[in-house]
Design a protein around this ligand. Structure first.
Ligand SMILES: NC(=O)c1ccc[n+]([C@@H]2O[C@H](COP(=O)([O-])OP(=O)(O)OC[C@H]3O[C@@H](n4cnc5c(N)ncnc54)[C@H](OP(=O)(O)O)[C@@H]3O)[C@@H](O)[C@H]2O)c1
Length: 275
């Protein structure tokens, strides 16, 4: 789905312009959000962010911030209590909150922000910083269709967005796509180590493993074929790939079981952290 500029809000306040907030801000401007409608609130912005705001004409920490159509929360979750009083003052009856705070439920936000009505809770992941993120999002009943489209247009500027039927699915989303990039980074580490064990110089094994995972990821990104079809296409019966896959796909202790356990552990931890 392409981003419709008409769905972008005319005014937006970003609270927390760190790694994620800063990347999202760049994504929004790139898809046409007018900088003149953006306010950034961050008590200690980086020099880079202060320069970026000055260059683009974005209001940074104005003394009396206006109420916006959208308030994006991108502070650390543990800062929510401290920031709550100030945030309440930024909410009007038509403001939709888009929160990316890990572990903070819509209920938690309502509890801290009595002025809040419409809330979208989203879980982006690290590749959002290069516009290739995967975000799961859930909206409460107060979010109107127009507000959902606004949130969708904003989140989509950083990658794909999947709307969830229930907020309860966010912990599983966190376990798959939120934490997932680290699993892939670890795959590169393991492949490189295995390459060194097979006799390659360690730095060569690193370069090959890295290029293989990024290349395969890009191929998957560009292809319409399913991952299993792509896998079967490169696996000749009785060949080298088949020999390796026999190990990786062995039941019950193959990669499938390992990944199921890993994702279950991440989901359990997400549940504990939001409890
Ligand atoms: N990074 C990820 O991959 C990722 C993925 C999914 C979700 N998230 C969520 O994204 C949020 C931000 O993460 P991050 O990695 O971008 O953290 P970060 O780089 O630390 O950014 C948070 C920013 O908020 C600022 N801040 C602190 N208190 C504030 C306040 N009262 N009002 C306004 N700004 C305030 C911080 O300033 P100081 O540094 O001066 O405190 C910092 O610039 C977190 O809630 C995290 O759960 C992150």
């Amino acid at each position: 789905m392409t981003i419709r500029a008409s769905h972008l809000p005319s005014s937006l306040t970003l609270v927390g312009a760190g790694k994620m907030g800063g990347s999202m801000l760049e994504g929004w401007l790139a898809v046409g959000l007018p900088a003149s409608g953006v306010t950034v609130i961050d008590p200690r912005p980086s020099e880079e962010m202060a320069r970026f705001c000055a260059d683009r004409g974005i209001a940074l920490n104005p003394s009396r911030p206006a109420i916006s159509d959208v308030l994006v929360l991108a502070i650390k979750p543990q800062m929510l209590d401290e920031a709550a009083a100030q945030l309440n003052g930024l909410l009007g009856p038509k403001t939709v909150i888009v929160s990316i705070l890990a572990g903070k439920t819509i209920g938690d936000l309502k509890g801290r922000l009595p002025a809040a009505t419409a809330i979208v809770r989203a879980m982006p992941n690290l590749p959002a910083s290069i516009g290739r993120g995967a975000t799961g999002a859930a909206a409460n009943a107060e979010v109107t269709e127009a507000q959902r489209l606004m949130a969708d247009a904003l989140l989509r500027s950083n990658g794909i967005v999947e709307w969830l039927s229930s907020e309860d699915l966010i912990d599983a989303v966190t376990a798959v796509s939120g934490s997932g990039p680290a699993y892939v980074f670890h795959l590169v580490e393991c492949l490189a180590e295995a390459g060194a064990a097979a006799g390659l110089p360690a730095d060569l094994a690193q370069r090959l493993a890295r290029a293989t995972v990024t290349g395969a990821g890009e191929l998957l990104f560009q292809s319409d074929l399913s991952p299993d079809t792509l896998r079967q296409n490169v696996t000749s019966p009785g060949g080298t790939t088949a020999a390796a896959l026999q190990v990786l796909m062995a039941e019950p202790h193959g990669l499938k079981a390992l990944m199921r356990d890993a994702v279950a552990a991440a989901k359990r931890r997400a549940e504990e952290l939001s409890g």
